[in-house]
Design a protein around this ligand. Structure first.
Ligand code: SF4
Length: 291
């Protein structure tokens, strides 16, 4: 079977930065080193970091899990944290290291700026994901609302003259356009700030373009990875090509490739390249169907 290696794929600059920071911390610091929440959403990476001395303390509420740390160093994940988390770490006398992606930091700065300019923020993102929670913490609670879909937009009741729309960095380009369009129908004067990062956009656009020439597309990534799940969605919806998310080669299901001549492979921004290479090798060993 022919394997189309879709590019760009895999690690983005924010993930590389976070992993490097964590590895150096695990090797170089005395005392316990904790990743406050999953540093990036990929179990292979988390296992590797655990082997290098970085212990994961996980949970949805960053403040709550911070309370489980009594000493040592905490690393804030690539998704960013709210200022309250940073302040609590300082108050507890902990050493802290910030591995927030620069693209997420830019969104935090923007959120503060637009609120300082008198705007209310309608933020398009995923409920329960750490990134929106970090941004939410940058501004007063009565100036921020998180929406995920059209139903959320329909139930909005924002009574501010000045509204700014911000987006999470790792969501679907096309789904976001639809949700933003719904918001603009209700609040036509809202100012739109598309914060979907370049890495996410490039991977989604490449996956959709290549998928048109493939019978099936495999996305290698962790199920907790927002950008990996979005890659599956955009390929299915925009290209109409069957797409599946696998964590590793052992999850490939032969029934997906019945009659397939070409399979595309891409991977999420937090997927190690050696995991993707193993998936590619496994797919290349699948015989092409007899014409
Ligand atoms: S996917 Fe985008 S926002 Fe997330 S770490 Fe990578 S570059 Fe940063």
């Amino acid at each position: 079977m022919e394997v189309v290696k879709i590019t760009p794929r895999g690690y983005c600059h924010g993930v590389v930065k976070a992993i490097n920071i964590a590895r150096e911390s695990g090797r170089g610091l005395s005392g316990p080193v904790y990743a406050l929440g999953q540093l990036v959403h990929n179990q292979h990476v988390l296992d590797d970091l655990a082997g290098q001395g970085v212990q994961l303390i996980d949970g949805d509420d960053r403040l709550a899990i911070l309370d489980r740390v009594e000493s040592g160093t905490v690393i804030f994940s690539a998704h960013g944290v709210s200022p309250a988390v940073r302040a609590r770490a300082i108050a507890k006398g902990l050493h802290w290291i910030d591995a927030t992606c620069p693209d997420v930091i830019r969104t935090h700065d923007l959120a503060r700026d637009v609120v300082a300019g008198g705007h209310f923020i309608i933020y398009v993102g995923k409920k329960g994901h750490p990134e929106p929670e970090g941004v939410r913490g940058e501004v007063p609670s009565d100036r921020f609302v998180l929406v995920e879909n059209a139903d959320d937009v329909a139930s909005l009741d924002v009574r501010h003259d000045k509204i700014a729309i911000l987006t999470q960095t790792t969501i679907s380009i096309w789904d976001t356009e639809e949700v933003v369009a719904r918001i603009l129908e209700r609040y036509p004067s809202a100012v739109v700030h598309n914060e979907i990062c370049r890495a996410t956009q490039d991977r989604q656009e490449a996956a959709v373009a290549s998928a048109a020439q493939c019978d099936v597309v495999i996305v290698v990534g962790d199920r907790r990875s927002s950008n990996s799940r979005r890659l599956v969605e955009v390929v299915r919806r925009r290209a109409g090509t069957p797409a599946y998310l696998v964590d590793n080669a052992s999850e490939l299901d032969p029934t997906w490739f019945a009659g397939a001549m070409r399979v595309g492979v891409t991977s999420g921004a937090s997927t190690p390249s050696e995991v993707t290479r193993a998936v590619i090798r496994a797919l290349e060993s699948v015989p092409a169907p007899v014409a």
